[in-house]
Design a protein around this ligand. Structure first.
Ligand SMILES: [Zn+2]
Length: 87
């Protein structure tokens, strides 16, 4: 299972060099993150992330990764309550 990126142990709000393109630096943005779990497509909105200003790679800090995890679990629980229909 994918959780947070272990590289992100730096201070909050501190821009860092992108490890993918090694050219751009990251800046804080609010993004929508979609993921697939247990055969369901789940879109988590308004997640704080660091986004590379060169290649667009998205990094989530531990806090954001936990938030995503939580939202995904809640969405899957809604499925069980039939509030969400599988597409
Ligand atoms: Zn980059």
């Amino acid at each position: 299972m994918k959780t947070g990126n272990p590289i992100l142990k730096q201070e909050k709000n501190k821009n860092m060099l992108c490890i993918v393109c090694k050219t751009g630096t990251t800046e804080e943005k609010i993004v929508n993150h979609s993921t697939v779990k247990d055969g369901y497509f789940i879109n988590v909105k308004n997640v704080k992330a660091q986004v590379c200003n060169n290649c667009g790679e998205v990094y989530f800090e531990k806090e954001a990764a936990l938030y995503i995890e939580q939202q995904v679990e809640e969405a899957l629980q809604s499925v069980e309550k039939r509030e969400v229909v599988k597409i």
